[in-house]
Every structure is written in structure tokens, then in C-alpha cells.
Design a protein around this ligand. Structure first.
Ligand code: ADP
Length: 204
């Protein structure tokens, strides 16, 4: 019997444990497709978005090493909201293209569960939702998010709060979930065995 293919969107607020869950799923044979990593790769030296960025925004947006000058782009977007849309217009189709290529490659190597790790899946509206069969939300309360991110990154409480405030609310994320992984008051082993059950539901 051929196993069906699952496309799963994995999301969660910063510090929820999304990357940890992705790792546990990968260990059980899921292919992880990391949307942020793809997006970043497009604007590194030689990245697929660089030619369009140079022609749309000018050479002042390109660093000497050939990467996008992030600081200059941030300032440009701050001054001109239209620039953000122009940049997204370049980046989003390329993210879709590379995502599709990675998905094809994963299927070719026999993977039947593709996990799209997308931190801002909910914020993207239908864009990611329509590409996946199920959405898994990794959830915990906001104070746990803050503690974890502060411990991990050295950011202070205010900085973490600012990031959390920019993301979808917990309620908004939960409203999009087909499945919730509640990652709180749970050891790593406890989380791992919970993910074992989730993986088994998808045939892993
Ligand atoms: P995200 O990708 O959602 O930002 P991570 O998976 O990187 O989150 O987890 C954030 C931090 O919290 C990491 O340092 C991780 O090791 C830790 N963490 C995640 N889940 C747990 C857990 N159940 N118990 C203890 N620490 C955890």
C-alpha cells in the first residue's frame, strides 16, 4: 500500500518550541522545509532575489559582498511603506518556487510527510494555509515564551515583548490550528513522546 503524502504547516510564536518540534519530527522521518531559511537565502550573495532587488531599489540596497543591505532596506521600508510591498512582491514568489523545489526533492527521496516550518503562517493569511493539508500550532503561554527567548538569546523582556506583540496573538494562532501541541510544563522527553504520537497519526 502506498502511504499518502501529507503537507503539514508547523507554526508557533517565538519561543513556543516550534524548532524543537520540527527536530523531533525530522528524527522520525519528516522532511522539514524551513520558510525563513529559504527567505534568508534569497538575499545572500548570489541569492535569487538579488538581481530584482538591485533593479527595483538600486545598488544602494546591495552590500559590498553582494548580499542585500538589510539596514538600508529597513530604513527604506520605514520611510516608504510601498517599498515593503515591492520587496514582498519579489521575495514571496521566489519563496514559493524554492519551497516547491525542496518539496519535490523530498518526495523524490521517498519522504511522505513534508513539514513546512513557517513562523508567520497565520500572519500570512491564506498564502501558506492553502498549500498545506493540516496546520500544527505549537503553543504555550506568553510568559513561558518570554522566559525561553530571554534564556536563549539574551534579549531583555521589553525586546521580547515587542517581538511577541508584532506576531499574531495566541488566540489567532489557535483559531487556525488543526492540531495543537501544548508545549508547557513538559520535559523534552515528554514533548518528544507527544510528537511521537503526532508523527504516528501521519504514518511516521
Ligand atoms: P521556537 O522555534 O518556537 O522559537 P525553540 O524550539 O527554539 O522555539 O525553543 C525555544 C527555547 O525553549 C529553546 O532554547 C528550547 O530548547 C527551549 N524549549 C523548547 N521546548 C522546551 C520544553 N518543553 N522544556 C524546556 N525547554 C524547552
Amino acid at each position: 500500500m502506498t502511504q499518502r503524502t501529507w503537507r503539514i504547516g508547523l507554526t508557533g510564536g517565538i519561543g513556543s518550541g516550534k524548532s524543537t518540534v520540527a527536530g523531533f519530527l525530522a528524527r522520525r522521518g519528516a522532511a522539514i522545509i524551513d520558510a525563513d531559511a529559504i527567505s534568508r537565502s534569497l538575499t545572500t550573495p548570489g541569492g535569487r532575489a538579488m538581481a530584482a532587488i538591485a533593479s527595483t531599489f538600486g545598488e544602494s540596497m546591495i552590500s559590498p559582498d553582494g548580499a542585500m543591505n538589510r539596514q538600508a532596506m529597513r530604513e527604506r521600508i520605514f520611510q516608504d511603506p510601498q517599498a515593503k510591498r515591492q520587496l514582498e512582491h519579489i521575495i514571496h514568489p521566489l519563496v514559493s518556487q524554492v519551497t516547491a523545489e525542496q518539496a519535490q526533492a523530498a518526495l523524490k527521496t521517498g519522504h511522505r510527510v513534508l513539514v513546512f516550518d513557517v513562523p508567520l503562517l497565520v500572519e500570512s493569511g491564506e498564502r501558506w494555509r492553502k498549500q498545506v493539508d493540516r496546520v500544527i500550532v505549537v503553543d504555550c503561554d506568553v510568559s513561558t515564551q518570554k522566559q525561553r527567548v530571554m534564556a536563549r538569546s539574551g534579549l531583555n523582556a521589553e525586546e521580547v515583548e515587542r517581538i511577541v506583540a508584532q506576531q499574531a496573538s495566541r488566540a489567532q494562532r489557535l483559531a487556525c490550528a488543526d492540531l495543537v501541541v501544548f508545549n508547557q510544563d513538559l520535559s523534552f522527553d515528554g514533548l518528544d513522546s507527544l510528537i511521537g504520537q503526532v508523527a504516528a497519526d501521519f504514518g511516521l
